[in-house]
Unconditional design. Structure first.
Length: 186
C-alpha cells in the first residue's frame, strides 16, 4: 500500500550513527505517529577497528610485501590504515564472512589449521586450534547479532605478536605458519 493510499504522506529518513543505521518513518499529518527502528551494522565496524584489524597486524597478515599487504586474490589489508583505508579493510574482510553461518565463513576456513590439509587453499594457517583466542575473536565478531551477544573484547583474551620460533612451538595457538611448518592432524 502506498502512502497516498493511506491518505497521509509518508517519509523515510536513514541516519548512520556510531555503527548503527537508524530508520525513521513518520507520517506528516496532525497527530501522525513516529516509528523508529535501529538497524545495527553487522559485523560491527567499531569491533573490527578495535580488535580484528590489530589482531591481523599482530599476526603479520599485512606485513611487508607479502601476504595481504599487496592485493592477494580479492583481499588486501593496509598496515596502520587511515580512516578510509580502515573502512576498505573492514569491507574486504566483511566480504569473506557468512553472517548467517559464521563457522562456514571463508575467512575462518582459510585461517584455521585445517586449511593446510590436502584440498586447503590458504598458504598459511593462523590458528592451530579453534579455541585459539584469535579464532574465537573472529567467530564472535562475525556471529554478533544484538546487544548481549559476546563481542571480541568480551572474551578476556588477547592476541600477541608471536615469537620468531612460534611455528615450531605447539604452545602458541595464534600464529601464522606456512604449509609444512606445522603438524596438522587430519
Amino acid at each position: 500500500m502506498s502512502s497516498s493510499q493511506l491518505g497521509t504522506p509518508m517519509h523515510l529518513r536513514l541516519e548512520a550513527r556510531g555503527g548503527a543505521l537508524t530508520a525513521g518513518l513518520w507520517a506528516v499529518a496532525c497527530g501522525g505517529e513516529i516509528e523508529r527502528a535501529t538497524l545495527d551494522e553487522r559485523p560491527r565496524a567499531d569491533d573490527y577497528a578495535a580488535h580484528i584489524q590489530p589482531m591481523f597486524e599482530r599476526l603479520g597478515c599485512s606485513q611487508g610485501n607479502f601476504c595481504h599487504s599487496a592485493p592477494r586474490g580479492d583481499f588486501k589489508l593496509v598496515v596502520t590504515p587511515d580512516e578510509a583505508e580502515l573502512q576498505e579493510n573492514y569491507l574486504g574482510v566483511k566480504a569473506l564472512i557468512d553472517r548467517e553461518r559464521p563457522d562456514e565463513s571463508r575467512l575462518l576456513r582459510a585461517l584455521a589449521a585445517s586449511s593446510l590439509l590436502p584440498g586447503g587453499t590458504h598458504v598459511v594457517a593462523c590458528f592451530r586450534q579453534e579455541n585459539a583466542c584469535g579464532f574465537r575473536m573472529l567467530q564472535a565478531w562475525i556471529a554478533w547479532r544484538a546487544e548481549g551477544d559476546p563481542r571480541p573484547g568480551d572474551l578476556g583474551c588477547t592476541v600477541e605478536v608471536p615469537p620468531p620460533d612460534a611455528c615450531a612451538s605447539p604452545e602458541t595457538d595464534d600464529v601464522c605458519c606456512p604449509r609444512g611448518a606445522v603438524d596438522i592432524d587430519p
